[in-house]
Write a protein that binds this ligand. Sequence first.
Ligand code: GLV
Ligand code: MG
Length: 328
Amino acid sequence: MSFTIPELCPSRLNRCELAVPGSSPKFFEKAAKSDADAIFLDLEDAVAPSDKEQARKNIIEALNDIDWGDKVISVRINGLDTHYMYRDVIDLVEKGGERLDLIMIPKVGTASDIYALDMLTTQVENAVGRKKKIGFELIIETALGMQNIHEIAAASKRNESLHFGVADYAASTKARTTSIGGPNPLYGVLTDPAEDGSRDYHWGDMWHYAIARMVVAARANGLRAIDGPFGDFSDPDGYIAHGNRAAILGCEGKWAIHPSQIPLANEIFTPAEKEIIKARRILEAMEKAQAEGSGAVALDGGLIDIASIKQAEALVQQAEIIEARAAK
Ligand code: GLV
Ligand code: MG
C-alpha cells in the first residue's frame, strides 16, 4: 500500500440521481416523494435562457419549502462561461438554506474552475454563516475536462463525485452517437473467419474508456463515480445494460432523466443478496482467522486476500446504508 491514502468524501447513497428541470416546479413534490437517493434541480441545459431567472427563484423556494426527506439535494448551476453562474451560486448559498447539500458544476474543464467556485462558495457561505459546508459534484463532459480529470478531482475538499455527462462529451469530442448514452452499431469488431467462413460482429462499448478513466480519477481522490444519462427512457433494457456496465467498472450510481428509470438504477446499484451474504461470510472468516491467530484466511477451500476483504467491507458498508434507509 502506498503511504498516500485517499481521504474519502462524505458517504452518501447515490444509486439514482434524478434530474428535474428548475423551470418545472410541478415536478418537485413528486421528485421529493420518489425513491431516488439524490435529486438535482437543474438551472443549466434543461432550462431555456428566458426561464433562467424564474427557475432560480423556483428552486430557492423549493429548497426552503418542500420536505425533501433524507434525499441528497443538489442544484446544477450554469457553466463558468455564462453570465448566469455567479448569480446562481450567490443566490443559492445566500437564500437556499441548509437543505442544499451539493452544487453540481457542469462542463468542468480545469482545476482552476473548481478553485474559482470554491472561493465564491466559501465567501458566500461565510458571509451568511452557513453551518453545513456545501459539497461539489462535477460533471466531466468535455474533452478538456477529461484531459484534466485527475487535477480536477483533486482540486477541492468540497469535491464529492465525478459524473460522466455523455451527451455533452459526445458533442465535445465529435463522437458519432445515435442516442444519448447508448451504443453505436458501427462501433464493433469483426471476428476472423471460422472454418466455414462465417464471421461474427461484436458490438463494442464506445464509452468504456471515458467511464473507466473517470472511475480511476474519482477513486484515487476518494470520490464517488456516477454514470450520467441514458436518453431513451422507453428502453429499460438498454438502461439496465448500460447501468450494469457502469456498476461493473466501479460507478455507484446513474442519473435518471425520467421517473421510470429510478427503480432500474436502484436495482442495479443495490448489491445483490447473494453478494452481501458472501461478503459477510468473508468478514466472518477473517475475524475467525484473527481470533485464532492465523495469518491466512480461508473460505470454501480457497484463500482470501486483503483485496477481497476490503471489497467485502465496502460492500457490507454500502448494504448497511441501504438497509438503514429502507428501514426509515
Ligand atoms: C449531461 O449533462 C450530459 O451532457 O450528458
Ligand atoms: Mg451536459
